[in-house]
Ligand binder design. Structure first.
Ligand code: SAH
Length: 219
């Protein structure tokens, strides 16, 4: 590992318990994903006062009405992306940067968009401690994606649109995979595989609860 991880103290027992009881227990067993969770202890992505709860089985507030996602969901979404290490990934909803950090280890480059400026700073600071260098931060509404950097091998969203934005489908490479929650009150976690511009395979993974995607006209 070429980051500063080894020099950072963390609660190893709590992290290993989280991996065993929340993630492996529910069926995510990819050693690449599990090792990435070990490289980025979740306590470095929550607010100081929440450190004692960093390894609990749920989302936690990061302020601004936003949350760091549940560890299992982060692991599951990462697993569903099926990363080999060469991918250029678009992430919508940086939040704490926890998912971003994990992607940075398993993909080649991460382009991440967050609409709340203070959270962009929070995530940047969180990632800086680990010496992560392959993440590009953008502070804007992610609804339009990043046409200037498209196409992407993978797209992942941590905020739920009412329906899949056409812009994201367009910016996904042929053969690429997109993992996102879709819906209003009841959302489904979907995995979309792009066959070509007209054909997409849609898999419904499980019901989830994410924050809504802020739309273009609401930001
Ligand atoms: N993976 C992150 C999840 C953060 S929650 C983590 O675990 O920390 C989802 C994030 O999406 C919030 O930070 C929210 O501000 C952001 N968001 C919501 N709508 C957005 C939009 N249209 N564009 C960019 N970011 C958005």
């Amino acid at each position: 590992m070429s980051n500063h991880f080894n020099s950072l103290p963390y609660n190893k027992n709590a992290l290993e318990d989280m991996i065993k009881n929340q993630i492996v227990y529910r069926g995510v067993s990819s050693s690449k994903v599990l090792d990435a969770l070990r490289k980025f202890p979740r306590e470095y992505f929550v607010r100081e006062k929440d450190k004692p709860y960093a390894y609990t089985d749920g989302p936690l507030s990061i302020g601004y009405n936003q949350t760091i996602s549940q560890p299992y969901i982060v692991a599951l979404m990462t697993d569903l992306l099926d990363l080999s290490g060469n991918e250029k990934v678009l992430e919508i909803g940086t939040g704490s940067g926890y998912q971003t950090a994990i992607l940075s280890l398993l993909a080649k480059e991460v382009y991440t968009i967050e609409v709340v400026p203070a959270l962009v700073d929070f995530a940047k600071n969180n990632l800086k401690r680990f010496g992560v260098q392959n993440v590009h931060f953008f502070c804007k509404n992610g609804y339009e994606g990043l046409p200037e950097h498209a196409p992407f091998d993978r797209i992942i969203s941590a905020a739920a649109p009412k329906k899949i934005p056409e812009t994201w489908k367009k910016q996904l490479k042929k053969g690429g995979i997109m993992v996102l929650p879709v819906g209003i009150v009841y959302q489904d976690l979907l995995r979309i595989t792009k066959i070509d511009d007209q054909h997409f395979v849609e898999e419904n993974i499980l019901p989830v609860r994410f924050v809504p995607l802020v739309k273009e006209d609401e930001s």
